[in-house]
Structures are given as structure tokens and as C-alpha cells.
Design a protein around this ligand. Structure first.
Ligand SMILES: *Cc1c(COP(=O)(O)O)cnc(C)c1O
Length: 383
């Protein structure tokens, strides 16, 4: 009865590539990729204007005009997270890190490298940051100067209660630093609702540009106080900001092609209706995926209230014949790239629903999963 499909037609994106159902890099539109077919010098006026336009548009996404500024940085997302930590936490400061996954732990590692004092408030990977505990820790420890939180912890796909966290941090008059890498552009984040010193994200997650640069959106008054904090020249956001204010240029070779793509990606973001439009599509993707996978017997790690519409963690099926690498290879051949799990608490794998993907790709991926399970002879999917 499981052999209804004897063959399965492999699919590909408009440019012939597999669809990336991962936490990044992600599938981009054909038009975003086309925007990169030009070489610009870093002092070219067209490029300089475009760069400034991109930064202003990023500030607008968090309603930060006149209070906030955007500072770009070369590299993957981690570079700008590290730049934020190194720049905003003063050398004699102390950071409280709310950890419920690998990205929180990565911030702790950065503190080790930079020799910054820190404490960790940890909950397990299926539990959001505990607000009461945060309140208690801040009440008891005056030496904590800053708090860092991951908005959507991509390790599991869990949503942390950002607004509630920010209210507590603000009440205790500490600085608030947000890693919104996998949420920015898809989940609400307004500087009018969430009081923060800095938030970081990158060009290639929910904004659907090409990978290669990150950005920090900072409250200008907070950024002004960070001079001399950074122990890294290339990751010094303060220095990058001051230099760019002076001559509108990046300090070191800008990723010109990435910026051209980013500008186009922001056009497409606006066309889709900004955060509600983009987040709405991802939510539909997520709902389809979760429903379809559950119908096949898979179990999600998270309950629906905790699940961000970004990436979904599924428990591995119990069937002994299930081997993730064969499942992955089989799906890859059919045109869908999924992702291994990163949990410490359970054997799992992940399927992302962000990037230039819609209903057609979600339904296609579900059919491919069904076909692959049949091919691999997996009957018992209950995980
Ligand atoms: C993707 C991601 C990062 C950055 O990862 P890179 O691989 O360096 O781009 C940081 N934090 C979170 C929460 C992420 O999802």
C-alpha cells in the first residue's frame, strides 16, 4: 500500500537549484540573484546611495527612524553577534545570557574569547526563557550591566518572549542585546514595543538576500557610549559607524554584490507587505509542514504555542531502518535540502520554512518525505 508512487519527479528552483529548507543559507529569488550581476567600486555614487538606502530601510523595519541607526558588517551572522557583544558590553561590564540553545551558548563562548564576565540563565531547549527567574537574577546581581537574548532560538525553533524580557531588563535599567538573526523581518520587532540597545541580524535569513553581511541596529544613544570597548578592529561597530557617518563608506572592502542583492531583497520584502506579509507566508508554510508531517506520524519537539514559524524540529522516527543521512540524500536528490538536528536533549532533524518558499514547495517537500520513507522502507514513523 505504500508503493503508490513508483517514481517521483525531482524539482528545482528557477535557477535549477534544490530548495533549501534549512536555517541558512536560504533559497533566494531569481531576481535577487540577478541583482548581483554588476561590479561597483566602493566609491561609486550609485553604490554609496544604495548602501545608505539599505541601512535606512533596515532602521525603518524596527520603527527606529530618528532614534536608531544601522551599522553593517561583513561576514556571516556570527560575526555581527560577536561584534555586538564585544562592542556593547564594556570591558568591566557583565553580561547575563538567557540560554536555551546553541546560539545562546555561542554568545557565552564569545565572552570567553573577549574576557568579558558573564552569567548564564539556562532553560532546556524546549522551554522559553523564564521571566520570573530573569527578574530574580537581575534583582540579586547589581553587577550585571547587560542582558543578551536570542529571539527565535534556531537550535529548536523556539520563540522567546522578547517583549516581556525587554520590559524586565528595562525596569532594572540594564542594556538589552538581541540576536534576532532568524526572526528579523518575519516576527514583530518594533523599537516602540521592545526597548533595546542593539539587535543583530543578517542579509540572508528572513530578509531573503544573499549571505555575506550582517547588521546591527542600535539605539544611537547607546552606540555613542561604546567607543573603545571593542577588542577587535574589524568587528568594531562603533568605528564602522563613525567612519560611515563621516564619508558614507565602509571602512574595508564592502560586499558590493551582497548589497545589490540586499536592496532588491528589500524591494521584494516591501512588495510582500513587510513583516506581516513575510511572517504570514512563513506561518502558512509552517502550518502546512507541521500538519503534513504529523499526518505521517512525525512528532514535533515543540507545542504549537512555542513554535516560531522559522524552522521546525522533528523527533527521529523510532524505526531502526531510519537513518538520517540516507533520508537526507534521498530528499536532496528530489530537490529538497533539510537539516540535521542540533539538540542535546533528543535525536532530531529540522525542516525550515523560511526563504523564498511557499505552499508549492511545502506540499512538494511533504510528498518527497512520504516518497523517501517508502523508498527506505520505513513503516513505523511514530517518533
Ligand atoms: C543563523 C543564526 C546565527 C548566525 O549564524 P551564521 O552561521 O554565522 O550566519 C546566529 N544566531 C541565530 C539565532 C541564528 O539563527
Amino acid at each position: 500500500m505504500n508503493n503508490r508512487h513508483h517514481s517521483f519527479e525531482a524539482v528545482a528552483s528557477a535557477t535549477g537549484d534544490p530548495f533549501l529548507l534549512t536555517p541558512g543559507p536560504l533559497t533566494t529569488s531569481e531576481t535577487v540573484k540577478q541583482a548581483m550581476l554588476h561590479d561597483y567600486g566602493s566609491r561609486d555614487n550609485y553604490f554609496i546611495d544604495l548602501n545608505e538606502g539599505v541601512l535606512n530601510r533596515l532602521v525603518k523595519i524596527v520603527d527606529g527612524q530618528s532614534t536608531h541607526v544601522a551599522v553593517p558588517l561583513q561576514g556571516s551572522g556570527t560575526f555581527v553577534v560577536e561584534a555586538m557583544i564585544g562592542c556593547f558590553v564594556p570591558r568591566d561590564g557583565k553580561l547575563l545570557i538567557c540560554v536555551n540553545g546553541a546560539y545562546g551558548h555561542r554568545i557565552a563562548k564569545m565572552c570567553e574569547y573577549y574576557d568579558r564576565s558573564y552569567v548564564i540563565q539556562e532553560s532546556n531547549e524546549e522551554t522559553p526563557v523564564d521571566i520570573q527567574e530573569l527578574d530574580r537574577i537581575l534583582s540579586e546581581d547589581d553587577s550585571i550591566t547587560h542582558v543578551a537574548t536570542v529571539y527565535c532560538e534556531t537550535t529548536s525553533g523556539i520563540l522567546n518572549p522578547l517583549k516581556a524580557i525587554s520590559e524586565i531588563v528595562k525596569r532594572h535599567h540594564r542594556g538589552f542585546l538581541i540576536d534576532a538573526m532568524s526572526a528579523f523581518g518575519a516576527l514583530p520587532l518594533s523599537s516602540k514595543d521592545v526597548y533595546f540597545d542593539a539587535v543583530v541580524a543578517s542579509s540572508n535569513k528572513c530578509l531573503e538576500g544573499a549571505p555575506g553581511m550582517g547588521f546591527c541596529i542600535a539605539r544611537e544613544a547607546a552606540l555613542e557610549n561604546t567607543e573603545g570597548n571593542s577588542m577587535s578592529l574589524s568587528l568594531d561597530l562603533y568605528d564602522q559607524w563613525v567612519a560611515m557617518k563621516k564619508n558614507r563608506q565602509w571602512r574595508f572592502t564592502p560586499p558590493t554584490h551582497v548589497l545589490l542583492a540586499f536592496d532588491q531583497a528589500l524591494n521584494e520584502f516591501d512588495d510582500e507587505g513587510g513583516v506581516p506579509g513575510r511572517g504570514g507566508r512563513y506561518q502558512r508554510n509552517c502550518d502546512l509542514l507541521v500538519k503534513g508531517m504529523r499526518e505521517m506520524g512525525f512528532r514535533t519537539l515543540l507545542s504549537d504555542e512555542l513554535q516560531a514559524p522559522i524552522i521546525i524540529t522533528f523527533h527521529m522516527p523510532k524505526d531502526e531502518r531510519f537513518e538520517f543521512s540516507s533520508f537526507y540524500d534521498q530528499l536532496r536528490e528530489l530537490g529538497y535540502v533539510i537539516y540535521p538536528g542540533k539538540l542535546t536533549i533528543a535525536d532530531s532533524f529540522r525542516i525550515g520554512c523560511i526563504g523564498r518558499l511557499g505552499t508549492e514547495q511545502m506540499n512538494g517537500a511533504l510528498s518527497a518525505v512520504r516518497f523517501s520513507l517508502d523508498q527506505l522502507g520505513i513503516k513505523e514513523r511514530i517518533s
